[in-house]
Design a protein around this ligand. Structure first.
Ligand code: TA6
Length: 277
């Protein structure tokens, strides 16, 4: 089942249901803000105080950071502009009873060119089943190459931040954005304070354990992963987040961030792909 829906304020999204899962994807930012699997339930955190208004990024689900991650391109807004631009819903295919694929697109316009002076075609292909597959395809339609940083800024819902263990980043070089220090990760990751680190040379499958729940994350076209939790004080300063919300999520972001930037030549396509099981 696929339905196009609109909130009273005109904010549009698509609702998908099949026998394995359901999802809601806003046209703004091609932003997945709900994804529920029949057996495991909701995968992502979504703030109860999130905006659903044009020009304001939804707080939770999977914001698409493009064509810049964070302030990697200081001339662009934090996390780029794609997450607050209206994508076109291009197509959908109910591949079988348990799998639905949707395609969304964003092309350059006078507005994007005023922010980032490159011609492009961006396609977001999402496959909804008991596995969630996200693919971001960037085609350079310009006559000059451009540099890209990007991420699926996924907010994974957790029982409590104190219960989680993230494996797969052991020995990876990481940049702590809070201390500005470079270190090597030692062992699995648990969170007991503000955490905001960029891991490089990531070529492994990540495993998030939350009590008896296990989620695996496999990335292609990316060798960096950002792990973030605001903890107490930053959570209080975050817009569209309630004071205790830091307990409810961990962001594990499949990225091309910092030195994992990509250069896309004219007529070339770069693909960032993430498979979440
Ligand atoms: O990916 C981590 C991060 O860069 C944090 O530093 C924090 O700023 C978070 O993203 C959320 O950013 P946003 O612009 O969505 O409020």
């Amino acid at each position: 089942m696929l339905k196009r829906k609109t909130f009273e304020n005109g904010f549009q999204y698509l609702e998908v249901k099949n026998s394995a899962a359901s999802a809601k994807i806003a046209l703004q930012g091609a932003h997945i803000f709900e994804y529920k699997r029949k057996a495991q339930g909701e995968l992502f955190y979504l703030s109860e105080t999130s905006d659903f208004a044009l020009g304001k990024a939804i707080r939770g689900g999977v914001p698409i950071c493009w064509p810049s991650f964070g302030l990697n391109n200081p001339d662009l807004p934090q996390h780029g502009f794609a997450r607050v631009f209206l994508f076109e819903y291009i197509s959908s295919s109910e591949m079988n009873a348990t799998t639905t694929q949707l395609v969304f697109g964003l092309n350059d316009s006078a507005k994007t060119l005023s922010l980032w002076n490159y011609k492009f075609e961006l396609r977001f292909i999402v496959t909804i089943s008991d596995t969630l597959t996200m693919e971001l395809q960037t085609l350079n339609k310009d006559t000059k190459e451009f540099t890209l940083t990007q991420a699926f800024h996924s907010y994974f819902k957790v029982s409590d931040i104190s219960n989680i263990v993230l494996s797969g980043l052991d020995t990876k070089p990481c940049f702590d954005t809070l201390t500005k220090k470079n270190t090597l990760q030692n062992g699995d990751i648990t969170v007991s304070e503000e955490f905001d680190k960029v891991f490089q040379e990531v070529d492994t499958i990540l495993t998030l354990q939350d009590k008896d729940k296990i989620i695996t994350i496999q990335n292609e076209g990316s060798s960096s992963v950002v792990v973030w939790n605001p903890w107490v004080e930053k959570c209080k300063r975050m817009n569209a987040m309630q004071d205790d919300d830091y307990r409810e999520f961990i962001c594990i972001e499949s990225a091309n961030a910092f030195e994992d930037f990509v250069v896309v030549k004219p007529n070339e396509t770069q693909i960032l792909k993430t498979i979440i099981l």
